[in-house]
Design a protein around this ligand. Structure first.
Ligand code: B12
Ligand code: SF4
Length: 430
């Protein structure tokens, strides 16, 4: 029988900043494949080793191995692809996820096929057609290649670069819920219980963000905001509760963007006695909305305040003012919701004086958590287009370090010292 293996190539590191969630991309594809009656298994590497993955794949003998990848998982992805090529030479290797979407050509060196963007319908149909045709790598060219959204192939003889899909709200409505059945939920819950006392997992309710921040990359969902129906979202919340979780980490780019949707969500969430957290933007935050969020169990919001300087916010094209940021923090705190704020320091074009304004702002607000990062040109962002990024084959290993990956006029040693001093002052103020 023809089989698909879907691999999430993250191996637990136990770094203090590590957050672990069952990956929704492969769970989503598994649900679509199973709906088509394609035998599918998810291999989540979070709690296993590379050697274990090899053994499990060898015993499963898949015809297609699909691997998720993103900016911090390049090395793992390529190492697994190489391993599969050696141990399962006849299987078709497929890459998907944020980084293959931005750099498909890079992945074609190791993979037969790349899917860019939202692959919910195109990849499962491709698998079905591939199997119907005998599951042979040699005959991929005979498939109707121009009909699969987001397909990218560049193997010398076959060249395909299809437009990506952004599924409409009514298409999303017809999708099955992500299939979380292959994950080690006991292990995930244990990690969260130890760290926070709650069993937290992620969910996505809305897709896309219409803003255009200079440093941001939205490789999969793009700019068009689409909202899943609340019926589907709450069917998924039920599934999550049945698995034993009691808290949600809502991964939407900006969950507070649509007040009417948020209101409906809060109304239905209120009776469930589950806590949740989400990302929010500074603008559009009202006291009434925030009160509803609190009553519905919202424990914490994550706000990208980014800077204490209006001029720097303009450089970032943040489309939110300093005053809006300050008002939003106070509104959330008044309602009893914790606020974690992200700041970017050393933005290209900003000065030591404006960086100091950011440190001052961070210490002046009633925040529960703060973090400072230097800008990283994420592939797919305008910042990346202007400045370029690290070496193509390299991972983003500096993700939580204060290291400029492009020439900057700001002295890194000074910046590290000022961040450390600000973090210390913040900790002492608690
Ligand atoms: C949840 C999340 C996390 C969670 C990860 C949990 C987990 N296990 O998945 C946490 C909080 C830990 C996290 C951390 C980080 N993240 Co993150 N994260 C997200 C977020 C908000 C949602 C991902 C999600 O659940 N999507 C829902 C599913 C359904 O979509 P999907 O995974 O994209 O899958 C679809 C397609 O990609 C495709 N697909 C997926 N897999 C496969 C496989 C195959 C074979 C195929 C064909 C297709 C395919 O089909 C799916 C259905 O359409 C995205 C933002 C976003 N909107 O995408 C950022 C995002 C993925 N993260 C990003 C980054 C940069 C990071 C960090 C490096 C940030 C940091 N400074 O630490 C770390 C890295 C940690 C790590 N694990 O290595 C970037 C990646 C950028 C890039 N170009 O690669 C994103 C896009 C956010 C952004 N705009 O910056 N993240
Ligand atoms: S940083 Fe947030 S608000 Fe800005 S474009 Fe990205 S997702 Fe949207």
């Amino acid at each position: 029988m023809s089989k698909v293996a879907l691999v999430f190539p993250y191996f637990r590191t136990r770094a203090p900043t590590e957050m672990l969630f069952p990956p929704l991309g492969v769970a989503t594809l598994a649900a679509q494949l199973r709906r088509l009656e394609v035998k599918t298994k998810v291999f989540d590497c979070t709690f296993i080793t590379l050697a274990q993955l090899r053994r499990e794949l060898d015993s499963y003998q898949p015809d297609i191995v699909g691997i998720y990848s993103m900016v911090s998982l390049t090395r793992n992805t390529l190492a697994i692809a190489e391993m599969v090529r050696t141990s399962l030479p006849d299987s078709l290797l497929v890459a998907g996820g944020p980084l293959p979407t931005v750099f498909p050509r890079r992945y074609t060196e190791r993979f037969d096929v790349v899917f860019r963007g939202e692959a919910d319908l195109s990849f499962p149909r491709f698998c079905l057609d591939f199997f119907a045709q005998g599951a042979s790598r040699a005959t991929v060219a005979d498939l109707p290649l121009d009909t699969y959204a987001g397909l990218f192939i560049a193997d010398g003889t076959v060249q395909v670069d299809n437009a990506t899909a952004h599924y409409t709200e009514s298409e999303l409505e017809s999708f099955p819920l992500p299939d979380r059945s292959d994950f080690d939920h006991a292990a995930y819950q244990q990690v969260w219980l130890q760290a926070t006392g709650s069993k937290v997992t992620s969910i996505i309710a809305t897709l896309g963000c219409p803003f255009d921040c200079d440093f941001c990359s939205k490789p999969i969902f793009g700019s068009a905001l689409r909202r899943r129906s609340l019926d589907a979202v709450f069917a998924e919340v039920e599934q999550i509760r049945d698995l034993g979780y009691d808290s949600l980490w809502i991964g939407d780019d900006d969950f507070t963007l649509s007040p009417s949707y948020l209101e409906g969500f809060c109304r239905r969430m209120a009776g469930l006695r589950m806590s949740w957290s989400c990302l929010s933007r500074a603008n559009g935050v009202s006291d009434a909305m925030v009160r509803q969020m609190k009553e519905a169990g919202c424990r914490r919001v994550y706000l990208g305040l980014e800077s204490g300087s209006q001029a720097t916010l303009r450089l970032m094209n943040k489309q939110a003012t300093l005053d809006e940021g300050i008002r939003a923090v106070h509104a959330y705190r008044r309602a009893g919701i914790e606020v974690a704020a992200f700041f970017l320091v050393g933005y290209p074009g900003e000065t030591v004086a404006s960086i100091e304004e950011t440190f001052k702002l961070a210490l002046s607000l009633p925040l529960d958590e703060i973090s400072f990062n230097v800008p990283f040109p994420l592939p797919g962002s305008r910042l990346f287009e202007r400045l370029g990024g690290p070496d193509e084959g390299e991972d983003w290993t500096q993700e939580n370090e204060v290291t400029f990956v492009y020439p900057s006029e700001i002295d890194e040693r000074w910046l590290r010292r000022r961040i450390a001093e600000t973090m210390k002052a913040f900790a002492q103020s608690k």
